[in-house]
Design a protein around this ligand. Structure first.
Ligand code: ACO
Length: 323
């Protein structure tokens, strides 16, 4: 049997930091409100001209270095993003060329905040089937480019950033199972209602490109969906909830993370939390949290990690892996 094992992780955050304090000068909000409702204290903002592929490229370089893999050895690149540089070519093609990995298949997966978990699942299937041996999986976003800075109910939540992993075929262990779900029936609860085919709104700011979210509804659906996918993952692997060493959740809201941890009967010391410093970086959040935990020495080789995410679509999913 062949597994896809994480050989190295990397991440990248733009330099500019926007604190809650600074945000409270732009919209009617406060550090107390944002921290109490979401756990967020600050977020990073991409510089002018800095794109999703830039962030993804830097995260990828760090992951390749950590894995000791040359870009030329890659035989697959999958990027989870909902904020691509361009409509086409894909962000994966742009990053591939910059890495000097031309030739291998490269494509984007759009599953909103579940983008990285979806992309990881795709790459896992390629490696398990023998179609690829060394894959690069990236989650990268510049979500602040589509934030309406006058809407306090959404602008306080998001940040920019990227994370990446290099997967290598391994005969011993690696990703044990992946689980993906979607429900397109709830699209209006979290979406961007304009696009190429539907059309843009030239009279509006940013041509109508902005995040619309019914926060309360999304919150309830997220908690329920994550509860069920966590149960599904444990059951599929015959595991007890106490077997998990680290929960590495999508970083949207500390209260959602705490609800999942409670479900797993996990103390918060075994949950990786970066939402306070990064905000919600959508597809970037899970690999950013993973890389932060790996580099800080928290996550050790041989430990059992549960990754999960929920996002617009709705989409949600999980991955259980032996690091
Ligand atoms: N500052 C101060 N007050 C605010 C702010 C703010 N930034 N935003 C909203 N408020 C006010 C509201 O106007 C409301 O006031 P009212 O009672 O006078 O009407 C009050 O605070 C409470 O608002 P709620 O929306 O009920 O607050 P809630 O506790 O639900 O928190 C939040 C809102 C943080 C958005 C929460 O619902 C949430 O995190 N939802 C999930 C978000 C999420 O996970 N998105 C996810 C996936 S991301 C993706 O796929 C892109």
């Amino acid at each position: 049997q062949v597994f896809a094992r994480i050989a190295g992780t990397g991440s990248y955050l733009p330099e500019k930091v926007l604190t809650n304090e600074e945000l409270s000068k732009i919209v009617d909000t406060s550090d107390e409100w944002i921290a109490a409702r979401t756990g967020i204290r600050q977020r990073h903002i991409a510089a002018e001209g800095q794109t999703t592929s830039d962030l993804g490229y830097h995260a990828a370089m760090r992951a390749l270095e950590a894995a000791g893999v040359d870009a030329k050895e890659l035989d697959l690149i999958v990027v989870g993003t909902t904020t691509p540089d361009l409509i086409f070519p894909s962000t994966a093609c742009l990053i591939q060329h910059r890495l000097g990995a031309d030739g291998c298949p490269a494509f984007d997966v759009n599953a909103a905040c579940s983008g990285f978990v979806y992309a990881l699942t795709v790459a896992d299937k390629f490696i398990r089937s023998g179609a690829a041996k060394t894959a690069l999986v990236i989650g990268s976003e510049t979500l602040t480019r589509m934030v309406d800075w006058s809407d306090r109910t959404t602008c306080v939540l998001f940040g920019d950033g990227a994370g990446a992993v290099v997967l290598k075929a391994d005969t011993e262990t690696g990703i044990l199972s992946t689980h993906m779900h979607a429900d397109g029936g709830k699209k209006e609860l979290l979406w961007n209602p304009v696009g190429v085919s539907v059309g843009f709104k030239p009279g509006e700011d940013n041509a109508g490109v902005r995040i619309h979210m019914s926060g309360n509804d999304v919150f309830k659906h997220a908690v329920k969906a994550l509860d069920s996918v966590v149960e599904e993952t444990l059951e599929a692997n015959g595991l007890d909830r106490h077997d998990i060493d680290w929960l590495i959740p999508h970083q949207a809201n500390l209260r959602i993370i705490e609800a999942t941890a409670k479900r797993l009967d996990m103390p918060m010391e075994r949950v990786v939390v970066t939402v306070d410093k990064h905000g919600n970086t959508s597809s970037g959040s899970v690999p950013l949290a993973l890389d932060t935990a790996v580099r800080s020495g928290k996550v050790q080789r041989g430990q059992l990690l549960l990754l999960e995410a929920f996002g617009g679509g709705f989409t949600w999913g999980s991955a259980l892996l032996r690091y």
